[in-house]
Design a protein around this ligand. Structure first.
Ligand code: HEM
Length: 549
């Protein structure tokens, strides 16, 4: 034992152990097992201190034993960290790919330089693209950001060999993996099939009457609200999208539109998503944080809330089919952890995204009053005798779809894109760049959709580019991917389009909307937060009724 302790005092031995640790682990992914290393190091160095106190010759007081173990830990971790940084900086397989220097050492740089203080990381991605003028930028120790549409089939397309990155599994230890967060392709395929059934054309037809009821309820509340000089539209579209999700997802009435006030549950959802804005960049940090009581609390509260909603849903047989009619196993009353995770997925994926998009559509229509008038003309021509337009009535209005697409192009609800990891053999992009295997790849949707190579006059709100009027303004349609693309694309996109069409059409039919006094859209532009999905800043509008009171 004494001999062993002497070895542990030897700085060269400690340094060699650190180098060996780095050598063994450097090609592995340890983002979601970092806590195991922390545990092992704590046990080893604490054990060393205790053994030193009990058997060693150099430390016979507690203070001396603590000093001995701390100094051994400092040498070991110091060498380990130095070795990691040297490797990342100068020897890594990505060393030839240009990008901000600090980002190759640590993703904390991206948090401080890109996320904080505005929480709009996609703008930093855009800035880097302008600065480096190249399609592949190294934005992390083992991460690249790719800006060209040619790479989409390889990274996101149906035949892509990339898989989801470690970000997805960051908090799976709390509530289990959802269909969205599982990284296992086979498991995803199996679970996705049920979702496909729940949201296919036939099922959507079953949900239509409820969509109509919710849009109608929203319009009647807005008619009351329109008497005020200023209406916080962002709140109302949030209430609407949550109510729809509660009803179509779980046959449950959240009643937010009726009450006209934000439910605690919306706050809870946003709180549970906030850590993603920062920890989306430091995957191991997300995993560690959610292993602490304080870090896990908002997520845990939201998981428990959605699990309860599902538990109650599982006890009833709703009169009208809902999404969980398809997802729940009819042979058992037990709700599996998988399904609990999917219940949270439904709430997160289905509500904030739609609400944010409705808010951005309204923002663009307030900013572009001529487009608003043109849209109104188109909408007025549809079923003029009806006071409320139903989903079916607005299913084929090209200009309406143009407005929606254009708002999603300029303001995608998942602006920074989604994380993928290259297959072990890597991928070779059409431009000749080779991205090695097991590298994290992001394609910022916000940047692709504002790229002049793919959209003429990219910063102009031009719904006509999506209609017969100006199709040449869409140069490469592949770059338009607000719902992502490939096997992991948005399963709810048809439902989302039905909601967006129905609310936008009725809003424009019933009201002329303009920015409220003192509002110019700055808040929504500057205060929207990218927390994977967007938590939009406020938008206040003036609503001039077009109907007879
Ligand atoms: C404008 C509205 C919406 C937008 C922009 C949007 C966008 C997206 C995006 C970009 C993804 C890919 C996420 C990833 O790869 O990590 C996704 C996935 C998903 N979305 Fe949507 N979404 C919207 C509305 C909805 C709605 C209404 C539902 C309701 C059911 C929904 C359900 C889902 C689900 C379940 C997934 C996971 C699919 C999978 O992993 O197989 N989304 N969505």
């Amino acid at each position: 034992m004494v001999r062993l302790l002497e070895l542990a005092h030897s700085k060269p031995i400690l340094a060699l152990s650190a180098l060996a640790t780095h050598f063994i682990l450097h090609n592995d992914e340890w983002d979601n097992t970092f806590h195991v290393f922390l545990g092992i190091w704590t046990v080893v160095f604490t054990g060393f201190g205790v053994a030193e106190y009990a058997f060693g010759s150099q430390a016979n007081t507690i203070g001396a034993a603590v000093r001995a173990s701390t100094s051994a830990a400092a040498v070991y971790l110091g060498v380990l960290i130095t070795s990691i940084l040297l490797h990342r900086g100068f020897f890594h397989r990505l060393r030839k790919i240009p990008g901000p220097l600090p980002a190759r050492f640590t993703k904390f740089y991206n948090v401080f330089a890109g996320v904080l203080p505005s929480f709009q990381y996609y703008k930093k991605s855009e800035e880097w693209y302008k600065q480096y003028k190249t399609d592949v930028i190294r934005t992390g120790p083992r991460e690249v950001t790719v800006y060209c549409a040619d790479a989409i089939p390889l990274i996101h397309g149906p035949m892509s060999r990339c898989r989801k990155g470690p970000w997805y599994a960051g908090s799976a230890h709390i509530g289990g993996a959802s269909t969205h967060t599982t990284r296992d392709k086979e498991e995803h395929k199996r679970r996705r099939k049920t979702w496909d059934h729940a949201l296919n054309v036939k099922s959507l037809r079953d949900y239509e009457p409820r969509l109509n009821r919710h849009a109608l309820a929203l319009m009647s509340q807005l008619k009351e609200e329109a008497k005020q000089p200023s209406v916080r539209l962002t709140n109302w579209v949030n209430f609407y999208s949550f109510d729809v999700m509660g009803d179509i997802g779980f046959s449950r009435s959240f009643g937010m539109v009726e009450r006209g006030e934000e439910d605690e549950m919306i706050k809870l959802l946003h709180k549970s998503m906030e850590p993603l804005s920062i920890f989306g960049h430091v995957n191991w940090g997300l995993n560690l944080a959610t292993r602490t009581t304080a870090g896990a609390k908002p997520l845990m509260d939201h998981i428990n809330w959605t699990a309860n909603v599902l538990k109650e849903r599982s006890k009833i047989t709703p009169k009208e089919k809902d999404i969980f009619t398809w997802l729940l196993d009819p042979t058992t009353s037990e709700v599996s952890p998988e399904l609990n995770a999917d219940s949270r997925l439904l709430v997160v994926a289905g509500s904030d995204t739609t609400a944010a998009t409705l808010a951005w559509i309204s923002y663009e229509l307030c900013k572009n009053l001529k487009t608003q008038a043109k849209l109104r003309k188109e909408i007025d021509a549809i079923a003029p005798s009806k006071s409320h337009l139903e989903v079916e009535d607005v299913a084929n209005c090209a200009f309406l779809d143009g407005v929606i697409n254009e708002a999603m192009r300029l303001h995608p609800a998942v602006p920074s894109g989604v994380q993928r990891e290259t297959p072990p053999e890597g991928i070779a992009l059409p431009n000749g760049t080779y991205i090695p295997g097991r590298i994290i790849v992001w394609m910022p949707i916000y940047c692709l959709q504002r790229d002049p190579r793919y959209f003429a006059e990219p910063l102009t709100f031009m719904p006509e580019r999506w209609t017969d009027e100006k199709p040449s303004a869409v140069i490469d349609k592949r770059a338009f991917m607000p719902f992502s693309t490939g096997i992991y694309n948005c399963v709810g996109q048809k439902l989302a389009m039905m909601e967006l069409r129905s609310v936008t059409a009725n809003l424009i039919r019933n009201f002329e909307i303009t920015f409220a006094d003192g509002e110019d859209g700055t808040e929504i532009l500057e205060k929207s937060r990218d927390c994977f999905t967007t938590n939009v800043g406020k938008l206040d509008v003036k609503m001039k009724p077009r109907y007879k009171a």
